[in-house]
Design a protein around this ligand. Structure first.
Ligand code: 6PG
Length: 260
């Protein structure tokens, strides 16, 4: 039975980014202490950029030894790695290069592949190798970062698509309603296997969808892709700023442990 989400609220975007950086580094420290490595999946979209800036600036820069971390991606657009729409491109510019992360520590989804299905199968093998799992067991990440789209999608799992029912596939090829159309994505099976899933959501533009997900009123709300993220045994944390939490009902907000 999945644990309820831990909902954390930050007063502004700076405190929100610092809270996210704190969480990433503390989960990383625990993973390295327990297993000698930290398997971290970065989310796509633009939201993580402020987290990356926090991780590469004082006080967080230099506070955590990244040498035991392997960086994965929750999803990728099927474009070349230097395309500005690539999730890898943002992470490489804003996080991996500033932290001097060795290429051997980065497991990139081959968005440039002319055969996305082959790229998905290849990425599954990398995940299985890093997590020492063989099918049908699902790879277990230590931390998966996720964002949420205004339509309730997360990673590249879009509403009302069959992949949402699939709990065997590890990496799927999906079609997005937004450009670029073809995507590679971790599935809910892998996401819900993670030890910690951290949703990063901020800004008034997401208040409606976050309210639908965290305070569902209809079955449609409960079937939104981001609402289906409920780790089997792991922790689910939503990190919100005040603007995005504005849509939450009063009693839901009362339950929030103020982050700062
Ligand atoms: C992607 C992401 C996607 C993203 C949300 C939020 O490839 O676009 O994985 O799930 O996290 O769409 O995007 P923003 O952070 O840009 O709002």
């Amino acid at each position: 039975m999945a644990a309820p989400p831990e909902i954390r609220l930050s007063r502004d975007r700076q405190a929100w980014a610092a809270g996210a950086a704190e969480l990433v580094q503390s989960v990383g420290q625990e993973a390295v202490a327990a297993k000698g490595q930290f398997l971290l999946a970065l989310s796509g979209g633009a939201t993580p950029e402020s987290l990356y800036r926090a991780l590469t600036s004082p006080p967080f820069a230099g506070r955590f030894d990244w040498s035991h971390t392997i960086f994965f991606f929750s999803d990728e657009r099927c474009v070349p790695p230097d395309d500005p729409r690539s999730n890898y491109a943002l992470a490489n510019k804003a996080l991996l290069t500033p932290l001097n992360i060795a290429p051997s520590q980065v497991c990139r989804m081959a968005g440039e592949s002319r055969d996305p299905q082959a790229a998905a199968a290849d990425y599954e093998q990398h995940l299985r190798h890093a997590t020492k799992t063989t099918a049908p067991a699902l790879p277990q990440m230590d931390l998966i970062l996720l964002g949420v789209g205004a339509d309730g999608h997360t990673a590249s799992l879009f509403p009302r698509t069959p992949i949402l029912q699939d709990r065997q596939t590890v990496i799927a090829v999906t079609q997005s309603p937004q450009d670029p159309p073809t995507r590679l994505t971790m599935t809910l099976g892998v996401i819900n296997r993670a030890s910690v899933v951290l949703f990063l959501a901020a800004g008034a533009g997401k208040a409606g969808v976050v309210s639908a997900i965290l305070d569902p009123k209809t079955e449609a709300d409960r079937q939104l892709p981001a609402a289906l993220v409920a780790p089997d045994e792991g922790r689910l944390i939503w990190l919100l700023d005040l603007a995005v939490a504005a849509g939450l009902s009063r009693d839901r907000v009362k339950m929030i442990a103020r982050e700062d």
